[in-house]
Design a protein around this ligand. Structure first.
Ligand SMILES: NC(=O)c1ccc[n+]([C@@H]2O[C@H](COP(=O)([O-])OP(=O)(O)OC[C@H]3O[C@@H](n4cnc5c(N)ncnc54)[C@H](OP(=O)(O)O)[C@@H]3O)[C@@H](O)[C@H]2O)c1
Length: 131
């Protein structure tokens, strides 16, 4: 039987989180994204790029996210759903006062129709508009 893609599966988006190592991301955003994976509500082509100043690699960041999910998610973390979420997550180390860093952001997964940016605070709006 041929699987007809749902409306969600036809969508594509990249979500860039400024403040990816912060409390809001770990306590609220990642558990919310995990629940969207469980409910199959994420777009078919989706990536999360988390920005922070800590010198972490993708895998190190993913391990931190898993630790937070185990701590804060209202549902027990299921390995099957975590595997799906973790492969969507990228970590990008840069200080968002460094304007060159925005150009390097373009090297991350591309081709998505929508770019959703979550700002840490209103003070970075000016810099973000240069993307
Ligand atoms: N926590 C919550 O539950 C909550 C709820 C509602 C609203 N908020 C709001 O959400 C915002 C973030 O709160 P938070 O609790 O997540 O703060 P936080 O724990 O202090 O995290 C701040 C984040 O911003 C990053 N950051 C700061 N300056 C940076 C720079 N120059 N370049 C790159 N990254 C930088 C930090 O990266 P590094 O640590 O890697 O340097 C860290 O990821 C605040 O405006 C807060 O009022 C938070």
């Amino acid at each position: 039987m041929i699987h007809e893609p749902t409306e969600n599966e036809k969508l594509s988006a990249i979500m860039v989180i400024f403040g990816g190592t912060g409390d809001l991301t770990h306590r609220k955003l990642m558990p919310a994204l995990y629940n969207l994976v469980v409910d199959s509500l994420l777009p078919g082509h989706f990536a999360i790029v988390s920005v922070g100043r800590r010198e972490w690699h993708h895998q190190q960041y993913r391990e931190e996210v898993l630790r937070s999910l185990n701590k804060y998610s209202r549902n027990k973390t299921d390995q099957k759903y975590w595997d799906k979420l973790s492969e969507l997550i990228y970590y990008y180390h840069f200080d968002f006062t460094d304007l060159d860093g925005y150009a390097r952001l373009r090297e991350y997964p591309s081709g998505a129709a929508n770019l959703l940016i979550i700002y840490r605070s209103p003070c970075v709006h000016g810099a973000g508009q240069k993307l």
